[in-house]
Design a protein around this ligand. Structure first.
Ligand code: PLP
Length: 439
């Protein structure tokens, strides 16, 4: 059933995917439902997926790939985990949506509150975008202030006020500011450089008592993998506390990935609010935002800040998320993932070094990027210096060897608990031979 085509073509796409893409193109903008999937950044045709299992993706041409995107983060337990699938199936058999409260929602809320240090109360939503959009509204409502600070290269979903100097597909496609976002929507957004301690202090000095919130990815995945320095994170904590503004960690990617309690547990810096997505939904559409009880009690109907959702707390999504968190808590994969991460980082480092190319390997736990860049990447201006064309050749080279990396220099790779040391070694060998061909 599994077939490996070895095409000489650098854009190694099977005939069925090519056909499927041309059909999709006639039906959906760019042929996709989320822009990065179109493979625009690596100049090609996307692989259409038939199914996924454990660490593998299978395309409709019958090829198998070791998966390093994990649905862009959620699949930390591997695809189609039997217990998660069972939980989803059982929930679906009881009906797929009620529009009325369930006990299962309280169970998931308890699990989140127990895991994530900053979260005393939580609200479930349908995506990471909804989580950040709502958190910003609540922070503004709770403080009575308008301005927010975000950092260039950080992506928080397609929220108008945050779609300014955003990473992810926005960076990949070179459209950091989207048409359709009004000047008004971005007017109260102050964009600063990531890891720039002096810039943060200057902004608070310039706008005392005016900043509702600072939102950031504590480890950025959306300009490639870039960690917030300890000094940067501590400065944000100190400045927001002093000024009475709200510190929001966007842990949509890092939550339940860099530790069970997310980056905030890993780094010991506790924000006032946290946004979650991806893993918290176990591969179903679910996000969450939470934080200090006094802030969260501003949300309707406890308070006056409006936020609602027909499918929020959806029983099938809640079942997937709850089972995923239960497994992560009872049998934590984090040490295992840490060791795999070190193995992969060292292997990619050696492969790139041997090939004599300019590179940086940046990794935190099970998030990682091989930057085609001479200098360390600490912020967007650094990431932007990366050689996108070289990344494209690396990407397609790996595809031809059965390894599916993120299709952009500006997306971190992820792996999960079903990846093995042997698969990591196979990936390193593939990277070695691809990079060697660059010389
Ligand atoms: N925040 C971060 C850090 C993300 O990485 C993403 C998505 O990649 C989002 C928010 C938006 O989440 P969603 O795509 O579920 O709307």
């Amino acid at each position: 059933r599994v077939r490996h085509l070895s095409l000489a073509n650098s854009h190694d796409v099977g005939p069925r995917s090519a056909e499927a893409f041309s059909r999709a193109h006639r039906l959906m903008p760019g042929g996709v439902n989320s822009p990065a999937r179109a493979f625009g950044a690596v100049g090609g045709t996307p692989l259409f997926i038939e199914r996924a299992e454990g660490p593998y993706l299978f395309d409709i041409d019958g090829r198998r790939f070791i998966d390093y995107i994990g649905s862009w983060g959620p699949m930390i337990l591997g695809h189609a985990h039997p217990e998660v699938i069972e939980a989803i199936t059982k929930a679906a058999q009881r009906g797929t949506s009620y529009g009325a409260p369930t006990e299962a929602e309280s169970r998931l809320a308890e699990q989140i509150i127990e895991a994530v240090p900053s979260v005393e109360k939580v609200r479930l939503v349908n995506s990471g975008t909804e989580a950040t959009m709502s958190a910003i509204r609540v922070a503004r409502g709770a403080t009575g202030r308008d301005k927010i600070i975000k950092f260039s290269g950080n992506y928080h979903g397609h929220v108008d006020s945050l779609l300014v100097a955003a990473g992810s597909a926005a960076a990949t496609l070179g459209v950091p500011d989207s048409p359709g976002v009004t000047k008004g929507a971005g007017k109260d957004t102050i964009v600063l450089r990531y890891n720039d301690v002096a810039g943060v202090k200057a902004a608070f000095a310039k706008h005392p008592g005016e900043i509702a919130a600072v939102i950031l990815e504590p480890v950025v995945g959306n300009m490639g993998c870039v960690a917030g320095s300890p000094e940067f994170l501590q400065t944000l904590r100190d400045e927001t506390t002093r000024d009475g503004s709200i510190l929001i960690f966007d842990e949509v990617m890092t939550g339940f990935r860099l530790a069970f309690g997310g980056a905030q547990e890993r780094f010991g810096v506790t924000p006032d609010m946290t946004t979650l997505g991806k893993i918290v939904g176990g591969g179903m559409p679910l996000g969450a935002y939470g934080g200090r009880a006094d802030i969260m009690d501003q949300v309707l109907p406890a308070g006056k800040v409006f936020q609602a959702g027909t499918l929020s707390g959806n029983p099938v999504a809640v079942a997937a998320g709850s089972k995923t968190l239960e497994i992560l808590r009872n049998d934590p994969p984090y040490e295992y993932l840490e060791n795999l991460g070190i193995r992969l980082a060292q292997g990619l480092d050696q492969a790139a070094f041997d090939a004599g190319i300019d590179y940086q390997v940046q990794a935190v736990g099970s998030m990682m990027t091989l930057f085609f860049n001479t200098d360390p990447v600490n912020e967007w201006a650094d990431a932007d210096q990366s050689d996108r064309e070289a990344f494209g050749r690396y990407f397609w080279g790996l595809i031809s060897k059965g390894v599916y990396m993120p299709c952009s220099q500006f997306e971190a790779l992820f792996f999960g608990r079903t990846h093995t040391e042997a698969m990591i070694d196979e990936t390193i060998d593939a990277a070695k031979s691809v990079l060697a061909s660059f010389a």
